[in-house]
Design a protein around this ligand. Structure first.
Ligand SMILES: Nc1ncnc2c1ncn2[C@@H]1O[C@H](COP(=O)(O)OP(=O)(O)OP(=O)(O)O)[C@@H](O)[C@H]1O
Ligand SMILES: [Mg+2]
Length: 264
């Protein structure tokens, strides 16, 4: 009998449960995420953002486990999880309004380049060199993702562009797991193309990294993701190739039901 070695998933959700009061938001969520893009889709309120929050240390699950390369992230603060190689963006961008786009990217820092705060405070050459390298990388990432005017203040950009700045900030950390919460919301078609090209270029250079992407733009999910998982009322109801998943009657029903409930 031959066996094929299957690498440990980059991240594993194991029977994760989360409730807010009586509202059961995640119900026994189990999912293995491997290198490359994985889509996380589902109607409004399905629990998608909560999934990202339990991986990135922003929320602790009530039960179950979340493992990064086999190691549990439970009980760790967001900063600690970030140092393990998890970077994220937020559904509503969280930038420092008066700093430029490129400076906001640099705030993310990189877990690989830091010589420590003391070196920075003392203005040591190692810290200055780090800063120069980080600045160049930040410009390059913004260009690759299609953001023009990187020296402009963050609050001068529309929300869609602010999301791109967050993606660049997340990438500067050299993540092994990148979590994107609706990165294309508010972007025009041309900017979506630039974002897709930038993300594809980054994953081509980082083939070991996994990207979990939440999007309501299902065409974008189909373009980027070989696999998509569908959350509905806190349960993963199916996962597979987007073209199959989106034809699944249970998924169609979930989306149509949500539209009817929302009065669309
Ligand atoms: N911190 C919180 N406290 C209380 N309830 C919360 C909290 N975070 C999320 N919820 C609730 O959990 C449910 C799932 O929210 P979540 O943000 O994960 O959904 P989502 O799938 O990301 O939705 P959307 O597509 O609208 O962003 C919702 O009913 C929401 O109101
Ligand atoms: Mg959300």
């Amino acid at each position: 009998m031959t066996t094929t070695a299957v690498a440990t998933p980059v991240v594993q959700f194991v029977d994760v449960q989360k409730a807010f009061g009586g509202n059961k938001v995640l119900v026994d969520v189990s999912l293995d995420v491997r290198p490359g893009f994985t889509g996380l889709i589902g109607p409004n309120g399905a629990g998608k953002t909560t999934c990202l929050n339990v991986v990135s240390g922003y929320l602790q699950p009530d039960a179950g486990d979340v493992r990064l390369a086999g190691q549990s992230v439970l009980g760790r603060a967001p900063m600690e999880v970030a140092r393990m190689g998890v970077s994220r963006t937020f559904q509503t961008p969280r930038l420092i309004p008066n700093l430029s786009a490129v400076e906001n990217v640099m705030v993310g820092g990189s877990r690989h380049y830091r010589h420590g705060h003391l070196a920075e405070l003392l203005g040591l050459p190692s810290a200055r060199r780090d800063e120069r390298v980080q600045r160049e990388r930040a410009y390059a990432l913004l260009e690759e993702l299609g953001l023009d005017h990187p020296d402009r203040a963050a609050n001068a950009f529309p929300v869609g562009s602010q999301k791109i700045i967050e993606v660049a900030r997340a990438l500067l950390n050299d993540p092994v797991l990148l979590l994107l919460d609706e990165p294309a919301a508010g972007l025009g078609a041309e900017d979506v193309d630039r974002l897709v090209n930038g993300l594809n270029a980054w994953t081509a250079r980082n083939p070991e990294a996994a990207v979990m992407i939440i999007e309501h733009d299902l065409e974008l999910i189909s373009r980027l993701c070989p696999t998509a998982a569908v959350l509905h009322f806190g349960r993963i109801i199916t996962s597979g190739a987007p073209k199959d998943v989106l034809r699944d009657p249970v998924v169609v029903e979930a989306y149509l039901g949500a539209d009817v409930a929302a009065g669309d």
